[in-house]
Ligand binder design. Structure first.
Ligand code: ZN
Length: 106
């Protein structure tokens, strides 16, 4: 069964990552706290799911944008953006799957 976490669970407030006058923060795994997290082609492209204004994509009525993320820790998770009547919710979702992910060698 998929699980949900607040977005604050994946923002590493302890470490500065050096971009944009140190306002940027690294993501960390919601399960173990590892901050080596991957996005992009290797993990899978972000997806836009049409909610058809009827709750077809997430619990709200509007569209849903999913950004897949995979950690060097082996955990996979997603950041979700759900639109509903003018507001956009952001949250972390752990998909219902158990396979681990390992980054390929450069
Ligand atoms: Zn992890």
């Amino acid at each position: 069964m998929e699980k949900f976490y607040p977005i604050s669970a994946v923002i590493d407030e302890e470490g500065e990552c050096g971009w944009y006058d140190d306002t940027a923060r690294n993501l960390k795994c919601p399960l173990c706290g590892e901050d080596f997290q991957h996005i992009g082609k290797e993990v899978g492209a972000p997806r836009l799911i049409d909610g058809r204004n009827a709750g077809a994509a997430w619990d709200g009525r509007g569209d849903f944008v999913v950004v897949p993320i995979a950690g060097e820790c082996g955990h996979q998770w997603e950041i979700g953006f759900g639109f509903h009547k003018g507001n956009t919710a952001i949250f972390v979702r752990l998909p219902d799957r158990s396979e681990s992910w390992t980054p390929s060698e450069p």
